[in-house]
Design a protein around this ligand. Structure first.
Ligand SMILES: C[S@@+](CC[C@H](N)C(=O)[O-])C[C@H]1O[C@@H](n2cnc3c(N)ncnc32)[C@H](O)[C@@H]1O
Ligand code: SF4
Length: 396
């Protein structure tokens, strides 16, 4: 398979002179239990996981995606879910060996695996590390056991502490903890205490998410009592101050890192880099140099259907971004989440158009105080970050 060539005589609206960096997202869709707030493409595992069969499907899928790499090495890999830590060490090793055999992977590639503290085992973590995983992202959410129960989690705070110790003992020097706030019945003291306990475990990175009620979840159907806006604002103010005081720099709306420990995979998404997506429901985004288009590719969501179809054309849907307005908006939806935003140079290269195309909207956003006035950078001000959707509407 080769990437599509441009139509004869049609001048593309977008123009790319180079390709951005390339990442790979791998989706592993099973969990012990479905959490009531979660709208990820994840399914309760019933019986033994078909993990080796699924890995074979992922590798078939990858082979179909490789032409879209267009000669680039993969710089970051993210094994997300679902709960990838439910997969055996053998399955993850076979997956990473297969990826290295078929694709070009950069020698120092960041390779992250998501883990749930309720699905941790020392030998398995050691096998993940041995297989080449060099970053662990552990979904701890809270240290309050009553809150963990309200969130339908399968683990306790004691298991969280054990999971981090197990990760360190297995040799993981780069660990992220996912923590959520604005939980059912949440209060400022409790939410900040959660962060204090997370910080005490000395992770390299903390993702601190505001719990949202997502469509088609149990929480949307039966909403729990959530704290009001001023409680959430106080949690955010105190929590951000605490993280800063402990050396965690906020670099994206919900992401905080120690120096040199930003998540390179997510930064590539936010900088509108390219990524291949393999696995049930996985999404990919690739710049097509010659066609002057951006392809958005999505795999069939149901794991059973995916197992049958992976690697075949009927496993994948594709849409093309072909207009300047759409490409500019999609880039800004990502890049303005970063506290540093992005450079005008990156905008022009990756949205395939001159910055002049967004000059009018940029001037309006700057006049409202939502976008900085720097000539060579697109960056939301604190006020712009607070109302990101309204800021983005100016570019729609
Ligand atoms: C795929 S999960 C991480 C791994 C594992 N599945 C787990 O939950 O422990 C990604 C993270 O997204 C966050 N998340 C999921 N649903 C959310 C929601 N409705 N609001 C805010 N954060 C959410 C959680 O912090 C979760 O850890
Ligand atoms: S464990 Fe993670 S992916 Fe699975 S249902 Fe819960 S939040 Fe979603």
């Amino acid at each position: 398979m080769s990437t599509p060539a441009p139509l004869q005589g049609v001048v593309p609206a977008l123009r790319f002179d180079s390709l951005p960096p390339l990442s790979l997202y791998v989706h592993l869709p099973w969990c012990v239990r479905k959490c009531p707030y979660c709208d990820f493409n994840s399914y309760e595992a019933r019986g033994a996981l078909p993990d080796l069969e699924y890995v074979a499907a992922l590798l078939r899928d990858l082979r179909g995606e490789l032409p879209f790499a267009q000669g680039r090495a993969i710089e970051t890999i993210f094994l997300g879910g679902g709960t990838p830590s439910l997969f055996s060490g053998t399955a993850i090793a076979r997956l990473l060996d297969g990826l290295r055999a078929d694709a070009s992977i950069a020698p120092n590639a960041e390779i992250t695996l998501e883990a749930n503290p309720g699905a941790v085992d020392a030998a398995r973590f050691a096998a993940f590390r041995e297989a080449g995983v060099n970053r662990l992202s552990i979904g701890i959410q809270s240290f309050r056991d009553d809150k963990l129960r309200a969130l339908g989690r399968v683990h306790s705070s004691a298991q969280t502490e054990a999971a981090v110790a197990t990760a360190r003992a297995a040799g993981f020097a780069n660990v992220n903890l996912d923590v959520m706030y604005g939980l059912p019945g949440d209060d400022v003291g409790g939410a900040v205490a959660d962060l204090e306990r997370a910080v005490a475990l000395a992770p390299e990175h903390i993702s601190w998410y505001h719990l949202t009620l997502e469509p088609n979840t149990a929480f949307e159907r039966r909403p729990p009592p959530l704290p009001d806006d001023d409680v959430v604002a106080s949690i955010e103010e105190q929590g951000r101050a605490l993280l800063a005081a402990h050396g965690y720099e906020r670099y994206e709306i919900s992401a905080y890192a120690r120096r040199g420990r930003r998540c390179l995979h997510n930064v590539n998404y936010w900088q509108f880099g390219d990524y291949l997506g393999v696995g049930a429901g996985a999404h990919g985004k690739v710049t097509l140099l010659e066609a002057g288009e951006i392809a958005r590719r999505a795999k069939t969501r149901n794991p059973r259907t995916y197992l049958q179809r992976a690697g075949r054309a009927d496993a994948t849907g594709e849409e093309r971004v072909t207009t300047c307005a759409q490409a500019a908006l999609e880039l800004l939806m990502n890049a303005l989440r970063l506290l540093d935003g992005t450079t005008v140079e990156t905008f022009e290269a990756r949205a395939g158009q001159p910055a002049a195309a967004i000059a009018a909207a940029r001037a309006v956003a700057a006049a409202r105080g939502w976008l900085g006035a720097e000539p060579d950078r697109l960056r939301a001000t604190p006020a712009g970050l607070q109302r990101l959707n309204r800021l983005l509407e100016l570019f729609a």
